[in-house]
Design a protein around this ligand. Structure first.
Ligand code: NAD
Length: 280
């Protein structure tokens, strides 16, 4: 309850202690930058894969913050901390969750690309942990999740729904977790099953579009941080809802917000809609 009481902790003893996994990665680095600016959370440990070339180096120097006095570690398995923030890959994140359960830490998982059975396992593990899992931690995208469902319900089946996402050339999974979530939420709002109506790209003589299908198109190019567009195409008009991430900091800020929130929650699996109070 430190945040809610309005106290401004000044030293690490009073701050929420964050363990950042994937600390030398693109997101891990930005999360540590945001933590360093925040008054009520502090970096406690920085962890990477055991064969990372910078193990043992000062994490601040790796990510351009100057010396922080915290060495990059190659293993998570050490006690201490309040919350683990993990942006790595699905296998590593599952190990992080198992560790969080063993050691009583809250968890924020931002990794994408999980298989359905891994999400099922996450649900199971969350009976014994406080965990926020969201494929997109941005405040704007989470508001978008809400409004596209409302729009889909109002416009109904006369409007064709298509999703377009664009990301940088290094992104490994496709479509993005955010695009899939948009598809699933819209399908649910329309009484459809995205597993049945999702159409991933089109090529050749595919025939006319059906009313039910929800198209999914993907772009990978350069250094695009992340863009998602939902098209509602009617006759004589179309409505587009677009979110553009300008930098990774919007995700990093969301992850830190989630960490501050989840430490005060009972065990369970939460998402950013819970963190932001967007659920009815
Ligand atoms: P990245 O490759 O730059 O960073 C991942 C880091 O994890 C790397 O430094 C890697 O060495 C480390 N890692 C791998 N295995 C590990 C292990 N076993 N233990 C500890 N560290 C390990 O990738 P990124 O761009 O930072 O993205 C990471 C993940 O976060 C991806 O799944 C990406 O899609 C996702 N992402 C989510 C959001 C969101 O808002 N939820 C936003 C951006 C990216």
């Amino acid at each position: 309850m430190r945040e809610r009481c309005g106290r401004r902790p000044t030293d690490m003893a009073e701050k929420i202690k964050a363990v950042v996994v994937g600390a030398a990665g693109r997101m891990g680095g930005r999360i540590i930058h945001v933590i360093q600016e925040a008054p009520s959370i502090g970096l406690f440990r920085a962890v990477e894969r055991s064969d990372h070339p910078a193990i043992g180096w000062d994490i601040g120097e790796i990510i351009g913050l100057g010396k922080l006095g915290i060495s990059l570690e190659g293993s998570l398995k050490k006690p201490g901390g309040d919350v683990v923030i993990d942006f790595t890959n699905p296998q590593a994140s599952m190990e992080t969750l198992a560790f969080a359960k063993e050691s009583g830490l809250a968890a924020v998982i931002g990794t994408t690309g999980f298989k359905p059975e891994q999400i099922e396992r996450m649900r199971e593990l969350s009976k014994g942990i406080r965990c926020v899992f969201s494929p997109n931690m941005s405040v704007g995208v989470n508001l978008m999740f809400k409004v596209v469902q409302d729009i889909a319900r109002v416009l109904g089946s006369e409007y064709d729904i298509e999703i377009l996402e664009a990301h940088h050339r290094m992104k490994k999974d496709s479509p993005s977790g955010t695009a899939v979530k948009l598809g699933e939420l819209i399908a649910k709002a329309m009484g459809r099953d995205f597993g049945q109506v999702g159409v991933y790209g089109r090529k050749g003589l595919v025939g006319e579009r059906t009313k039910e299908e929800i198209g999914m198109q993907v772009i990978r190019a350069g250094d695009i941080v992340g863009e998602h567009t939902v098209f509602f195409g009617g006759i004589g008009e179309r409505l587009e809802i677009i979110h553009r991430a300008h930098s990774r900091d919007n995700f990093a800020r969301g992850a830190v917000k989630a960490a501050l929130w989840v430490v005060n929650q009972p065990n369970g699996l939460y998402d950013m809609q819970d963190v932001l109070g967007l659920k009815p």
